[in-house]
Design a protein around this ligand. Structure first.
Ligand code: BTN
Length: 237
């Protein structure tokens, strides 16, 4: 199956763009890579079983399905692609990646990514706060949007198209693998590195990422490797 250029689907409303692609894969299978965006989601899903809230037309809710071999660290490669696309829309501000794959700016979350494996495919679900002006109380202290950062409004479809192109470029560049070069690029952008973090009830300094995409943390006793779950970066979130 050829992944790129991606086929695209626009939906007015859906439960979750990731769930939509999951159904397509299970029912019909894919004939090429597929990207879907929805004006609104009624049951958006986040990492670690959380829900993802979005505002109709303001938050870009999209998912991309590609066929690829399972590769550790893929979710960090996806973050690199999203970072590259969003940087072009936010030229005056430095974006960073908070491990594993949040895109942040000024220490606040601009975008979250949920990768899921379905049969031979990977789904990359991306939620980007684009024109959002306010957030629900529970996330207001840690969320931002392109609009709040730049004072400009964006057409979410332009960002959707830019992301699709960026996935094509980055996946072609690294052949879907979190290579040593991708790791080097990721580490330059990773907001955790050099900071004190708390993960799995242990505190320490984040040193870098492993070849498998795990976060390496130096505690007072040892270096531990975090491969899943939440990592709090002190003074960020
Ligand atoms: C996270 O930070 O927890 C990941 C959030 C991912 C949200 C996106 S929105 C589009 C796609 N569909 C979903 O249900 N979730 C992802």
């Amino acid at each position: 199956m050829i992944n790129f250029p991606l086929d695209t689907v626009y939906l007015e409303s859906v439960d979750s763009t990731n769930s939509y692609l999951k159904r397509i894969i299970k029912e019909d299978g894919l004939t090429r890579g597929l990207a879907v965006m929805a004006e609104m989601q009624t049951s958006g899903r986040g990492r670690l079983g959380r829900s993802w809230l979005s505002t109709k037309g303001d938050t870009l809710c999209m998912s991309v399905a590609v066929k690829n071999k399972y590769a550790e660290g893929f979710t960090l490669l996806a973050a690199l692609a999203v970072y590259e696309a969003l940087t072009a829309f936010c030229k005056d501000k430095a974006l960073q990646i908070k491990w594993p794959n949040d895109i942040i700016c000024e220490n606040k979350k601009l975008c979250g990514i949920l990768c899921e494996r379905v049969n031979e495919n990977t789904l990359i679900g991306i939620g980007i706060n684009v024109n959002d002006k306010a957030f629900a109380d529970e996330i207001a202290h840690k969320a931002t949007s392109l609009y709040l950062l730049s004072g400009k409004k964006y057409d979410v479809k332009d960002i959707f198209r830019a992301l699709n192109k960026s996935f094509e470029n980055v996946f072609a560049k690294y052949d879907f693998v979190f290579t040593v070069d991708a790791k080097r690029e990721y580490e330059k952008l990773c907001a955790n590195i050099g900071k004190n973090v708390t993960a799995q009830n242990q505190e320490g300094e984040a040193l870098g990422v492993g070849e498998d995409g795990s976060l390496l943390v130096k505690t007072k006793d040892e270096i531990i490797s975090i491969s899943s779950g939440e990592v709090a970066v002190h003074n960020i979130y």
